[in-house]
Design a binder for this molecule. Structure first.
Ligand code: PAF
Length: 280
C-alpha cells in the first residue's frame, strides 16, 4: 500500500503531534524525488531504527546554482510513491512550494567553513540552499532522526553541523553509498546519462579505488591525483573539477592518508556532473 501523500504543513503537524504523544521515534528521509536504490536504502535504515518514517520530496530551487540543472531535474512523484510502498514508510511529505518558501521568505541558513570548498566552491550558494531547506524540513517534521547518504558526504557534514549549531534536537545518521555493479554511485542524475555515458561513468569508482589503494601504502596524494585526472579523461570524462583528499571529520585537506580520510571527485561525463567519495 502506498503511504499517504501530505502537501500541507498543518496535515503533517497533526500526524507528528499524534506520534510524539505516543512517544514514537520519528525518522525523516529528505529527498528531491527521482528515487533510486540509494534513497530506498535510507528508507529501509529509517524504518529499522525509527517507529514512524516520513520521506520528504521537494525539488529545492534554492540549492540549484544552474537554472538548466533545476529545469532538467527529474520529477517522478507517482513512481516514487510506488517505489516506497514495500518499505512501509508512514507518510510522504511533498510540500506545496509556499509551505517551504512562503511569500516574503527572507531567511538563509549558512554554515561557514565546511561550505567553502569542493561543492561549495564549484556550486556557489548550493549549501545555503541545502542548509535552509533542511533546517525547515527538520523543524516541520519534528523528526528525532534524519537519514542522509554518504554519497553526498560534504552535505552530510554540513547538515550535521547546522543541526548542532542551531540546537535542533535531531540525530543526523549517515548511511553508506549504494552503487551500481560497475561501482557508479547511485544518483538521480544518472537518469540523464546515455548508455555510453553510463559506461564512461562506471570507470570513476575503479580509478578512485586505485588511488585509495596506493594511499594505503603511504604514497603521497598529489601525484596520484594528477595520474587519476589523466585516467579519468582517458576513460571518456570530459572535465575533472576536483580530486581531493580530506580529513573525514573536519574536511581539512590532507597530503597522506595517515588518519581517517575521504577521497572526493567531481567530474563531468556525457554532459552530467557526477560526484563521488570513498573512505580511505
Ligand atoms: O540530497 C538531496 O537530495 C538534497 O540536497 C536534500 C538533502 C533533500 C535537500 O534538498
Amino acid at each position: 500500500m502506498t503511504a499517504p501523500i501530505l502537501r500541507r504543513l498543518a496535515d503533517l503537524r497533526a500526524l507528528t503531534t499524534k506520534w510524539h504523544r505516543k512517544d514514537e521515534v520519528i525518522g525523516v528521509v529528505p529527498t528531491m524525488g527521482a528515487l533510486h536504490q540509494g534513497h530506498l536504502s535510507l528508507a529501509e535504515a529509517a524504518k529499522a531504527s525509527s517507529d514512524c518514517v516520513i520521506v520528504t520530496i521537494f525539488v529545492n530551487p534554492k540549492q540549484f546554482n544552474n537554472p538548466e540543472d533545476l529545469a532538467n531535474y527529474p520529477r517522478t512523484e507517482n513512481e516514487d510513491a510506488q517505489k516506497l510502498a514495500p518499505y512501509g514508510v508512514d507518510a510522504i511529505y511533498v510540500p506545496d512550494p509556499d509551505e517551504i518558501y512562503p511569500q516574503g521568505f527572507a531567511t538563509t541558513v549558512s554554515v561557514a567553513g565546511l561550505t567553502n570548498v569542493m561543492e561549495g566552491e564549484f556550486r556557489p550558494g548550493h549549501f545555503d540552499g541545502v542548509a535552509t531547506v533542511v533546517a525547515k524540513l527538520f523543524l516541520q517534521t519534528q523528526a528525532d532522526r534524519a537519514y542522509f547518504g554518504e554519497k553526498d558526504y560534504q552535505q552530510l557534514m554540513v547538515v550535521r553541523r547546522m543541526a548542532r549549531d542551531l540546537d535542533i534536537p535531531i540525530e543526523v545518521v549517515g548511511c553508506p553509498t549504494v552503487r551500481e555493479p560497475s561501482g557508479l554511485a547511485m544518483s538521480s542524475r544518472n537518469l540523464r546519462l546515455s548508455s555510453q555515458g553510463l559506461a564512461v561513468a562506471g570507470n570513476k569508482h575503479r580509478i578512485m579505488q586505485a588511488i585509495a589503494q596506493s594511499l594505503k601504502t603511504g604514497t603521497a596524494f598529489q601525484p596520484l591525483a594528477t595520474q587519476a585526472e589523466t585516467d579519468l579523461l582517458a576513460a571518456g570524462f570530459t572535465q575533472v573539477e576536483y580530486i581531493q583528499l580530506r580529513c573525514a571529520e573536519t574536511l581539512d585537506p590532507v597530503t597522506h592518508a595517515k588518519r581517517p580520510a575521504r577521497l572526493f571527485v567531481a567530474a563531468w561525463a556525457d554532459g552530467v556532473r557526477l560526484i563521488d567519495n570513498i573512505p580511505v
